[in-house]
Design a protein around this ligand. Structure first.
Ligand SMILES: CC(C)(O)[C@@H](O)C(=O)O
Ligand SMILES: [Mg+2]
Length: 565
């Protein structure tokens, strides 16, 4: 039967292209080569994250070109605009890292501003480094026009002495070298060989975690999130994404139809199953906020308790994202979760199909010739690895990453640092010993400001062989490359007078990821005394983007968003 519903393909752009009064607007389009017939076509944005700042984004132009071609083949007008990026790998360990989370907001604002200001009918968002994904999706959700996310793709591994390398190998090598466990020559060779080309950091770090979660959400194409940037299939997938988006415009499938409570539950289940980054907790709180979905920090714990870690991936495991791709990718992981009743099959995807339809032909169990994805009956861990701890140190909740640990429980003396650099220096100088609990504070959304990632100290601890025996708690964030006895996003943060501000050197601290507790073993009366004597630090920044971020950011347990009024 013929479909009688007449769907306009330019329901939004007609606001600036139709009618006599819009003659000046059309003049500007004619200046760019538009012809009369083009004003009936959808105007489709391409938010291009290409940048020569970082290998994560320096391979995106070919994807943007493919998306433009795909949009035009499908009968749309492509409108390209830029989004910025910060390289976490480069900014790490410096004041620049405080701009990383800020960039999530800037990217979201860019996408929302261009899509809304120009009345675009749809948008393809293309990104690489960590914040490109949540920032892009937050912008897509705020504008809520048909939209698809195209991930730039993972990096390929480097090689040295028979081992696969990636960026985290270099952070860990710094610690190994400082601890006298690696020669200068090996450190130099690892530095030179770790990253052989373009793409995002290759383990199941933040970028690959977020792209995988987007596939699970249904806002990116199946299999696209684990493809490598240098491979042609990534370009083909970008072109296909654009075509799929033009179809979604015809069917009026919008991001808020796709990103719902149920699909976020799916995404979080996949994040647990792949052993993904702690940042996913912060970013999904922010994504849910942008989607208008009620999703709290406790929802992560609820999903964690029923979801096994299925994949043996770095940082604590063996394999890289390219290995996961070869083993069947995210669809294989999703199908196993679906069969186990841990995924909602009825969620709609950008293709118009439900998750269950997309996964129809994927085998129920993983292939026997690989061990990247373990069978559901023999998982890496029976429960997820991102545990939400509470206690007097973090009444709002914080995030512990417990993969790779034999025993995620410890009590030890606090070693307190009010910045990251002195903490790193103490590790490299051999001043931190097994049993210590490092406290890195005044690094939260308002205090940092901008919640920097602590990969330099956590990488150095791993390299020094102290990853399991030294605890590290912070109101800052961690890299996806971090593992060990680590607890981040401690909230409320030190800068607003959270209990973490009142820890003294040598105080006893308990991290108990079994009982889900983070406790300062000091009497309530003593904590109250310290609180009364405390004064808030002066803001580090009083002008510019950092000052705006520090002033507006919500607490980490609510995603550190800037529009939570
Ligand atoms: C540099 C890294 C490893 O990419 C980090 O930024 C992450 O969060 O994963
Ligand atoms: Mg990062």
């Amino acid at each position: 039967m013929a479909d009688t519903k007449v769907i306009r393909l330019n329901p939004r752009s007609k606001n600036i292209t139709e009618g006599k009064s819009r003659a000046p607007n059309r003049s500007m389009y004619y200046a760019m080569g538009y012809e009369e017939g083009d004003f009936k076509k959808p105007m489709v944005g391409v938010a291009n994250g290409h940048s020569t700042i970082t290998p994560c984004n320096s391979g995106l132009q070919k994807l943007a070109d493919a998306a433009i071609a795909g949009i035009e083949e499908a009968g749309g007008n492509a409108q390209v605009f830029g989004t910025p990026t910060i390289s976490d790998g480069m900014a790490m360990g410096t004041e620049g890292m405080k701009y990383s989370l800020v960039s999530r907001e800037v990217i979201a604002d860019c996408v929302e501003t261009c899509v809304q200001g120009q009345w675009m009918d749809g948008v393809v968002v293309i990104g690489g480094c960590d914040k490109n994904m949540p920032g892009g999706l937050m912008g897509m959700l705020r504008a809520n026009v048909p939209a698809i996310y195209v991930y730039g793709g993972t990096i390929l591994p480097g090689h040295y002495k028979g081992k696969d390398l990636n960026i985290v190998s270099v952070f860990e090598a710094v610690g190994e070298n400082a601890a006298g466990r690696m020669t200068d020559e090996d450190l130099l060779q690892i530095e030179r060989r770790a990253i052989p080309g373009t793409g995002s950091c290759g383990g199941m770090y933040t970028a690959n975690t977020m792209s995988s979660a987007f596939e699970a959400l249904g806002i990116s194409l199946p299999y696209s999130s684990t493809m490598a940037n240098p491979h042609d299939e990534k370009v083909n997938s970008a072109r296909e994404s654009a075509r799929v988006l033009v179809e979604a415009i015809k069917r009026d499938i919008k991001p808020r139809d796709i990103v719902t409570h149920r699909s976020i539950e799916n995404a979080v289940a996949v994040i647990m199953a792949i052993g993904g980054s702690t940042n996913a907790v912060l970013h999904f709180l922010a994504i849910a906020h942008a989607a208008g979905v009620e999703w709290t920090i406790d929802d992560f714990e609820r999903v964690r308790q029923k979801t096994p870690v299925l994949c043996d991936l770095k940082p604590s495991g063996q394999y890289l994202a390219v290995d996961l791709h070869r083993a069947g990718g995210i669809p294989q992981v999703m199908k196993m979760l679906l069969v186990a009743g841990l995924l909602h099959g009825d969620c709609i995807t950008i293709t118009g199909q439900t998750i269950a339809e997309v996964l129809k032909d994927v085998p129920d169990a993983p292939r026997a010739d690989q061990d990247v994805i373990r069978p559901i009956g023999n998982p890496m861990y029976r429960q997820g690895h991102l545990a939400i701890l509470k206690g007097n140190l973090s009444p709002e909740g914080c995030v512990a990453k417990i993969t790779g640990l034999k025993n995620p429980v410890m009590t030890g003396p606090a070693r307190v640092f009010d910045d990251e650099q002195s903490a790193l220096a103490a590790i490299l100088a051999g001043k931190i010993v097994a049993g210590d609990v490092m406290v890195l504070r005044y690094l939260g959304p308002k205090g940092g400001p901008g919640m920097p990632e602590m990969l330099a100290p956590t990488g150095a601890l791993i390299g020094a062989g102290l990853g399991e025996s030294v605890g590290l708690i912070t109101d800052g964030r961690f890299s996806g490359g971090t593992w060990g006895m680590v607890v981040g996003h401690v909230a409320p943060e030190a800068a607003v007078g959270g209990t973490i501000a009142f820890i003294h050197e040598g105080d006893s601290i308990t991290i108990d990821s079994r009982q889900l507790k983070l406790e300062l073993n000091v009497s309530e009366a003593e904590i109250a005394k310290r609180r009364a004597a405390w004064t808030a630090p002066k803001p580090r920044y009083t002008r510019g983007v950092q000052a705006k971020f520090a002033f507006n950011a919500s607490t980490a347990s609510k995603g550190a968003v800037l529009d939570n009024f």
